[in-house]
Design a protein around this ligand. Structure first.
Ligand SMILES: NC(=O)C1=CN([C@@H]2O[C@H](COP(=O)(O)OP(=O)(O)OC[C@H]3O[C@@H](n4cnc5c(N)ncnc54)[C@H](OP(=O)(O)O)[C@@H]3O)[C@@H](O)[C@H]2O)C=CC1
Ligand SMILES: CC(C)(CO)C(=O)C(=O)O
Length: 328
């Protein structure tokens, strides 16, 4: 039988993976749940300009406005969760009840952050749950129009790492599917090290860039203190990672990361949290920082700079909630 795929959250990441999968699965079997870009996506489909996959790419999947509407197109083999990893009411995991109807439906979390999986795992204990680290810089420049630059790599593994054998096999099948669509996916027995490795960059650049309305290179070149500040924030993150057992997430890794950004031209990369801040959208405060601080507390690691960043980004996020009456 033909595979059926649901993309919950057809923003930057969801749309590019929908495109990759549309090279192996008929677009009529790919259903995209949209919100602000629903009208544009329904009318014209999605457009992607990618420095890797090509310019002017188009995708015309099924487009719906709610998860309930998408249930009519199921049952699904894969439910890709590509919303922001934020708390909502009702929660994102609970919204998926209408579509996680088969024990074989694989849930794939295409999101940044750490410690974001447990609600999905407790709600859908029998379904394969895949957690990922996504390297895919994409920005939505107008409704349903996306620009993707430089990099595409997906690290995939089960949650938890010691999931049953059938779930491990489901992870392998998903990795093969992405590869058939021309993407680069890597299977891990334990994905958490990759999540923490990615967090080193995201817990630094995402809030720093969002708070300063600067891209990463712009921030680094903004004053004589910027580099040392970023380095010190990364030192705190790597100290928590070390205490949590992720020994390769080190200060040396942070230094290499900074050197890579320093070597880039202005203006640099726009982290997804900067894109959210510029549009006044709710931000991944806990997935990127709050859960990290909880780990720091658990291990008794001092993190004064991260606490300051958290307090500021949480206040900015709250201000967006007040202003918009909040979409969540
Ligand atoms: N963009 C990037 O470069 C990268 C992002 N990531 C991570 O990937 C994840 C996804 O990020 P990204 O794609 O940038 O986020 P986007 O904000 O671009 O996309 C999320 C989409 O989900 C939609 N959505 C949210 N709630 C609902 C709902 N209830 N019903 C229907 N649609 C909904 C949003 O709609 P609306 O537009 O109305 O808000 C939006 O279109 C995040 O965890 C991010 O940190 C990882 C690597 C790179
Ligand atoms: C790697 C990076 C910075 C890509 O833009 C990202 O993960 C994000 O924007 O959240």
């Amino acid at each position: 039988m033909a595979l059926k795929i649901l993309v919950f959250g057809s923003g930057s990441i969801g749309t590019v993976y929908a495109y990759i999968l549309s090279r192996v699965v008929s677009p009529e079997n790919i259903v995209c749940v949209c919100r602000s870009n629903y009208q544009a996506g329904r009318k014209n489909g999605f457009r992607i300009d990618s420095s890797i996959f090509g310019r002017g790419l188009t995708l015309k999947p099924q487009v719906v406005e709610t998860v309930e509407q998408s249930a009519a197109f199921g049952p699904y083999d894969y439910v890709l969760v590509s919303t922001k990893a934020i708390s909502t009411s009702p929660s994102y995991p609970s919204l998926l009840r209408a579509v996680v109807t088969q024990p074989t439906t694989t849930i794939v979390l295409l999101q940044n952050g750490i410690d974001t999986e447990s609600e999905y795992a407790s709600m859908y204990p029998n379904n394969p749950l895949l957690s990922c680290a996504v390297y895919l810089p994409v920005t939505q420049v107008s409704p349903a129009v996306f620009v993707h630059q430089d990099l595409e790599k997906l690290h995939v593994g089960t949650y938890p790492a010691n999931a049953p054998q059938e779930h491990k096999e489901a992870a392998g099948e998903f990795v093969r599917l992405i590869a058939k669509g021309g993407g680069s996916a890597v299977l891990h027995d334990d994905i958490q090290l990759e999540r923490w490795t990615k967090l080193l960059g995201n817990a630094t650049w995402n809030p720093v860039c969002a708070l300063t309305r600067s891209r990463d290179v712009q921030f680094l070149r903004s004053s004589g203190h910027a580099r040392e500040y970023v380095r010190s924030v990364m030192y705190e993150i790597s100290s928590v990672a070390q205490a949590a057992g992720y020994k390769t997430v080190s200060q040396q890794m942070g230094d290499m990361h900074i050197r890579n950004i320093e070597a880039k031209d202005l203006p640099g990369n726009e982290p997804s949290m900067l894109a959210d801040a510029l549009s006044g959208r709710r931000m991944e405060v806990d997935a990127l920082l709050g859960n990290l601080l909880a780990r720091a507390d658990r291990h008794g690691v001092q993190t004064p700079l991260l606490r300051g960043l958290y307090a500021q980004i949480a206040a900015l996020d709250e201000s967006f909630g007040r202003r918009s009456g909040s979409k969540i």
